[in-house]
Design a protein around this ligand. Structure first.
Ligand SMILES: *Cc1c(COP(=O)(O)O)cnc(C)c1O
Length: 356
């Protein structure tokens, strides 16, 4: 294990790992023994610390509670069959959390604090990362930044906390997702902060999502806020469509999160010889393709599940079920990406990062 003078480490007295049933994990409910915390005050980031996982104490007037100045990331660590630990494109998450922070008028976090803190944390809690690609065993990593300055004046905080917590997870084998295309609500607007991984984007999604859930769907397919004619994201995932044998996804914009999985799916699909088009996707073409059978597949992409196949798409009063085609793109691309993540295949793109 690397030692570092950057991070001050206080170890937990006793591990909680014996109390955890690793075969029956509920996504995001169990956390490891340690957390990484770094405070921003007096205009700079203070000494980063690793501490036993514990509650935070914040003043009730702390700005995060009132103005939602908060951003986060989602990434995973994987253990291969030799017990080595790997991260997948962590540089992307580091850069993205700073982009999200910048959009919410929050300070940039230093690269060495992020990587040393993360790697030390993973080393300390290594036992919590189980190998086993077949079961989807991994450690979900949640870095986040909150505005901690007390005071309800509506201005950017002068104090922040950058925290990393980790949660052991398994693959969740759910049924194919049922989605409904939004024709009224939006998750993001032009000039807004939909491209930032900001807590508030999620808060705004819960209500429209509940409305479609009451109709028997799982998620909303978000459309552009101006015309609702263009398809943009599926719930909290980027979205892909296979029309005949071409894989189509929309370009990123102010309103669309630039997903690491999305980028990886595009690159991997191309490597597998699949034609990929990154262009605007209209509601009209997708509903017509669903109706005439040329829409062969659709899926969401995101860190948690890599790829979530969509089984049903609805728009207004119409509902289409998608049959799984032979030579299913979603299954092939998902397996190829998982093989890279678990160090079970050659990493031709240089995506893997070993935690030493
Ligand atoms: C996090 C997120 C995604 C997926 O991003 P990944 O980097 O692939 O995990 C897609 N859409 C939204 C809105 C997100 O918040």
């Amino acid at each position: 294990m690397k030692t570092s003078s950057l991070v001050k480490v206080t170890k937990a007295e006793k591990s909680k790992i014996d109390q955890v049933d690793f075969d029956n994990l509920v996504f995001g409910k169990t956390f490891t023994d340690h957390m990484f915390v770094c405070d921003f005050k007096d205009g700079q980031w203070q000494t980063p610390e690793i501490l036993p996982y514990q509650p935070l104490t914040l003043d009730p007037s702390a700005k995060v509670f009132h103005y939602g100045q908060a951003v986060f990331e989602g990434m995973k660590a994987y253990k291969d069959t030799d017990g080595k630990v790997w991260l997948f494109r962590p540089e992307e998450n580091y850069e993205r959390i700073n982009k999200s922070s910048a959009r919410l008028q929050m300070p940039e976090f230093p690269r060495d604090f992020f990587f040393e803190g993360l790697e030390q944390l993973l080393n300390l809690d290594k036992e919590w990362i189980k190998s086993g690609q077949a079961d989807g065993n991994a450690l979900y990593i949640r870095p986040f930044v909150i505005a901690s300055q007390p005071g309800v004046m509506a201005s950017p905080s002068t104090e922040y906390k950058f925290i990393i917590i980790c949660s052991p997870v398994q693959a969740y084998y759910t049924k194919d997702v049922k989605v409904k295309i939004a024709d009224y609500y939006s998750r993001a607007a032009n000039g807004g902060f939909g491209a930032a991984k900001a807590a508030g984007n999620y808060a705004g999604q819960f209500y429209p999502t509940r409305l479609v859930q009451e109709e028997g769907f799982d998620q909303v397919i978000w459309t552009d806020d101006t015309t609702h004619e263009y398809l943009e994201e599926a719930g909290t995932m980027n979205i892909f469509f296979r029309i005949n044998d071409t894989l189509v996804t929309c370009p990123t914009s102010d309103r669309i999160l630039d997903g690491v999985t999305r980028k990886s799916v595009i690159a991997m699909a191309e490597k597998l010889g699949i034609t990929v088009e990154v262009r605007k996707v209209t509601v009209k073409e997708i509903t017509e393709a669903a109706a005439n059978g040329t829409l062969k597949e659709s899926f969401g992409s995101g860190t948690a599940a890599v790829i979530s196949p969509i089984g049903t798409i609805a728009y207004k009063d119409q509902v289409w079920d998608l049959e799984k085609p032979e030579n299913c793109y979603s299954a092939t691309i998902k397996k190829a990406i998982l093989d890279v993540q678990y160090n079970a295949a050659e990493d031709t793109f240089g995506w893997r990062h070993e935690v030493k």
